[in-house]
Ligand binder design. Sequence first.
Ligand SMILES: CCCCCCCCCC/C=C/CC(=O)SCCNC(=O)CCNC(=O)[C@H](O)C(C)(C)COP(=O)(O)OP(=O)(O)OC[C@H]1O[C@@H](n2cnc3c(N)ncnc32)[C@H](O)[C@@H]1OP(=O)(O)O
Length: 286
Amino acid sequence: MSINFYSKFFPLIKKGVASVPFQLRPLSTRTDLFNVENKSEEYAIFRLNKPPVNSLNLEYLNLLNNQLDEFERNPKLKGIILTSDVKSTFSAGVDILEMYKCEPKRLEAVWRAVQDFWIKLYGSKKIYIAALNGHVLALGCAIAMSCDYRIMVDNDKTKIGITAVLLGINAPSWVKNTMINTIGFRETEKSLKFAKIYNPHQALKLGLIDEIVSSDKLLSRSEEVMKTWCKIPTLAREMTKESMRSETLGKLVNNREVDVQEFITSTMDPHLQDNLGKYLASLKKK
Ligand SMILES: CCCCCCCCCC/C=C/CC(=O)SCCNC(=O)CCNC(=O)[C@H](O)C(C)(C)COP(=O)(O)OP(=O)(O)OC[C@H]1O[C@@H](n2cnc3c(N)ncnc32)[C@H](O)[C@@H]1OP(=O)(O)O
């Protein structure tokens, strides 16, 4: 069985790796919008930092996609802890301003970048642990579910879930599949159909997250889990991840154009635009 999972789906990236020799990266990378701290040769902490809610617009998605490529190019790096420096929010998903009164060309670029992000994350052979410091909504929830393990802060006010249906949105099939692979078909159906939002204890019971810890232990516990997993034989772990995920991944990789068109058509619908306008206003009124 081929273990070259990432390059199978990213031939251009493979080409890049082949033509550019690996160079040692600096100890850490800091931009205004995220921070990467290499804790050892084996793992790094990747902190989102786009206040107020780490919403994902086109420019931010492009930045994050480049960083995922960077991780993938580092053969020594086994894992990444994905978390947020923004107080009380991991991610509120796509920037709704990208979807409201939008130009179709821009919307298309946003959605292609969203697809890229999911494909890179879900298809990565590295270990991804989501350290969920705060709210995990919509695409933020899909991102967390695409990681290998989820640890969430013990705070009853913290929310996780996907409420697309309330706005008249049918979640894309790759989001549904990711959720089915995480909590099973029946719970996914209930969750999406009834726009369920969970607190950490409800999410744990469902299997949407794997552990709850107090906020002061979030990173230390995530590092503990990461260190244990880094000891697992790499090749076998990667092959297992590939065999578990390739079918779901392939469904989007081979169907990207249809997914883009569905997203553009549904988002540009006047009724949905109306709903988005009201939703944005309700968020701002709080
Ligand atoms: C609209 C589509 C619905 C869901 C579609 C899901 C489809 C399946 C998933 C895959 C597809 C992806 C599409 C998406 O991800 S769309 C994003 C949907 N996100 C949300 O519905 C989350 C909305 N936000 C919140 O519920 C809350 O903000 C919060 C995250 C719980 C944080 O609460 P808070 O009280 O701490 O902060 P709040 O005052 O609400 O917000 C602060 C400011 O941030 C603005 N804001 C919040 N979320 C977004 C966002 N996603 N995009 C853009 N801006 C956002 C909010 O308006 C406040 O702005 P201001 O300071 O008042 O100007």
